[in-house]
Design a protein around this ligand. Structure first.
Ligand SMILES: Cc1cc2nc3c(=O)[nH]c(=O)nc-3n(C[C@H](O)[C@H](O)[C@H](O)COP(=O)(O)O)c2cc1C
Length: 355
């Protein structure tokens, strides 16, 4: 009950913020830029995620009957947040709402500002709200990010956290993994690493998804010294043949997961928005529009000896069940959480009812 009320409240406040931000941008004759809306939302959530309000607004109980164990990781439920967010107070709220675990936004070796703004917009496709982004993996850099994560409240939930890594060259991924392993040497927290080889918004972000031998070289190198669970995030833009080739390569290594998948690249013209709406003239579409491809990818990769994380357009218990029935072990969500974080509570409760 409470989650329905707060969900309406959240969506109402978000809509008001959006209208007022867009109104101000129009008055200054600027192109709409959703990032100002997103940033205002984060500031608001941080303000309310305190001792006075957070228990009432965000704390929901989770029962253990939805637990999913993969290798040495135990997720409180199959629902996870996908790597898209680095704002710790917001991730903390997702845990309070009952998410089973999740992945931190892609970390780069060095600080990186990402692409020029505007770089994220809300669009309607087939009458359903979706996002298109060309953020370009902004990051504070691995050293600062690891320090922040390790001293954060996120560790108090003891639910697995994925550290997504991204780079332009194999060497960069190797260096990132090494620094992460070193910073985790005295931690027994259930961290896993997600190798993002599918970002459509950087110059070389998809090089590893285009060349299976580069991915194999990277995994062989990492496995020569680390037993940590590793997920590889594939792209819905890869051909079916390439996805199967990647699955077969990944399956040769122990303690692996496959995440299907990332956003789907579209130009501004293809989604009927002004070409100035995104500084790169296009970006990755996420949300309900890409769900069909997510399900298709799971079915294509099954049977698969490696656990699959289904990501892309998942926003309801029906879609969660369909993906789990198709063979996925975990669910990743990003856009659905931007539009309504209380969907975590609604879906979790509906999954309990199905048990
Ligand atoms: C604003 C935004 C930023 C994202 N940043 C990342 C990222 O840093 N690393 C990554 O692997 N995926 C990133 N993604 C992709 C999501 O993790 C997810 O794979 C994709 O959005 C599809 O899921 P969805 O339809 O539930 O949003 C981003 C998505 C959005 C919308």
């Amino acid at each position: 009950m409470r989650e329905h009320l707060f969900s309406w409240g959240y969506k109402g406040i978000r809509s008001l913020i959006k209208q007022s931000v867009f109104y101000r941008q129009r008055r200054k004759q600027k192109v709409h830029d959703l990032e100002d809306v997103v940033n205002s939302g984060k500031t608001l959530v941080s303000l309310f995620n305190n001792r006075i309000f957070s228990t009432f607004l965000f704390q929901f109980k989770t029962k253990s009957s939805l637990e999913v164990s993969i290798y040495d990781l135990t997720f409180a439920s199959p629902l996870t947040f996908s790597a898209y967010e680095a704002h710790i107070p917001l991730l903390d709220v997702f845990f309070k709402l009952g998410v089973g675990g999740g992945a931190f936004k892609t970390i780069r070796l060095h600080p990186h500002t990402g692409n020029e703004r505007p770089r994220i917009q809300e669009i309607l496709i087939d009458n359903e709200p979706c996002l298109i982004n060309a953020m370009g993996l902004p990051s504070k850099g691995v050293k600062r990010t690891m320090k922040e994560i390790l001293s954060s409240s996120l560790l108090t939930y003891n639910r697995p956290i994925g550290l997504s890594i991204g780079g332009e060259t194999v060497q960069e991924y190797k260096d990132l993994f090494k620094i992460i392993e070193a910073s985790l040497s005295s931690s027994d927290f259930p961290f896993y690493v997600e190798i993002n080889i599918s970002c459509p918004n950087t110059k070389e972000g998809q090089r590893l998804s285009e060349d299976v031998s580069l991915l194999e070289e990277l995994l062989s190198h990492i496995r020569s010294y680390s037993h940590r669970v590793i997920s590889v995030k594939l792209s819905p833009d890869q051909t079916n043949a390439s996805l199967i080739e990647m699955r077969d390569a990944i399956s040769k290594f122990p303690k692996m997961m496959i995440n299907v998948g990332n956003t789907q690249f579209k130009t501004c013209e293809a989604v009927s928005i002004n070409k100035k709406s995104l500084s790169r003239g296009g970006g990755g579409v996420s949300g309900p529009y890409i769900y069909k491809r997510t399900l298709e990818m799971i079915k294509l990769l099954m049977p698969c000896s490696v656990p699959i994380i289904a990501t892309g357009g998942i926003d309801s218990v029906e879609k969660v069940s369909e993906c789990l029935d198709a063979g996925a072990s975990l669910i990743g969500m990003a856009s659905a959480l931007v539009f309504d974080p209380y969907s975590i509570v609604r879906i979790t409760k509906a999954l309990h009812k199905q048990k």
